[in-house]
Write a protein that binds this ligand. Structure first.
Ligand SMILES: [Zn+2]
Ligand SMILES: [Zn+2]
Ligand SMILES: [Zn+2]
Length: 69
């Protein structure tokens, strides 16, 4: 078995040695942002994240539900 050269999850930003994150930056309906993913971070700077989503897209967040009247 040769596993020498295949590095998983290396993106162009990795190769460029940029400060970045492989998590998904989730934007909530109330304006809050948080990083989700295997390598979630505490820095929610949008520029550090290639992958972004809103919690309404994910459909897994309580704030994505319509407000009960
Ligand atoms: Zn990367
Ligand atoms: Zn949400
Ligand atoms: Zn992150």
């Amino acid at each position: 078995m040769t596993t020498a050269t295949t590095t998983s999850r290396a993106c162009t930003s990795c190769h460029a040695d940029l400060d970045h994150c492989h998590g998904v930056l989730v934007t909530h309906a109330d304006g809050a942002v948080e990083c989700h993913g295997d390598s979630a971070c505490d820095d929610t700077s949008i520029s550090r994240h290639d992958w972004r989503a809103s919690c309404t897209d994910l459909g897994t967040c309580p704030c994505a539900l319509p407000a009960a009247a």
